[in-house]
Ligand binder design. Sequence first.
Ligand code: HEC
Ligand code: HEC
Length: 91
Amino acid sequence: MNKRDWIFIGIILAVFGTFFLISGKEKTVKMPKDTTHQQFYDLRKSGVDKIKVDALCPACHDGIKIAFPPNHPAKPGGAPMRCLFCHKLES
Ligand code: HEC
Ligand code: HEC
């Protein structure tokens, strides 16, 4: 084992570590597949852009009608919130 072998091992570990972190974030609660949200599943299925569907969520999820958890990473009122970037569809 020389220095270059160790650097190589370090890079491999960093790559796997990153995958591990990303897969942890994948556990964010998914958009429920209920009567309220079925319409958005249908829009996505018919090819409507994710960003266009995101824009429909704050009609209810505006932080007032439905509150966000206090530590919610996206805040209403600022940049458009990419809900479906974090809240994936149920399969
Ligand atoms: C017509 C009103 C309405 C719209 C529009 C709406 N939601 Fe909801 N959403 C609700 C209600 C009510 C709840 C809480 C009850 C429930 O779980 O259905 C909820 C809950 C949720 C939850 C939490 C589920 C859980 O397990 O705690 C997520 C995630 C969510 N919505 C995502 C979205 C996304 C993404 C959009 C836009 C594509 C969206 N919602 C649009 C009414 C709405
Ligand atoms: C940057 C990622 C991100 C974005 C963007 C985002 N969320 Fe969330 N959301 C989260 C995380 C993380 C939680 C914490 C709950 C969990 O463990 O999933 C959460 C929680 C929620 C909850 C509460 C779920 C529960 O069961 O308590 C609702 C409802 C919700 N988000 C709706 C939305 C809606 C609607 C949008 C778009 C307007 C949105 N989120 C945008 C990451 C995000």
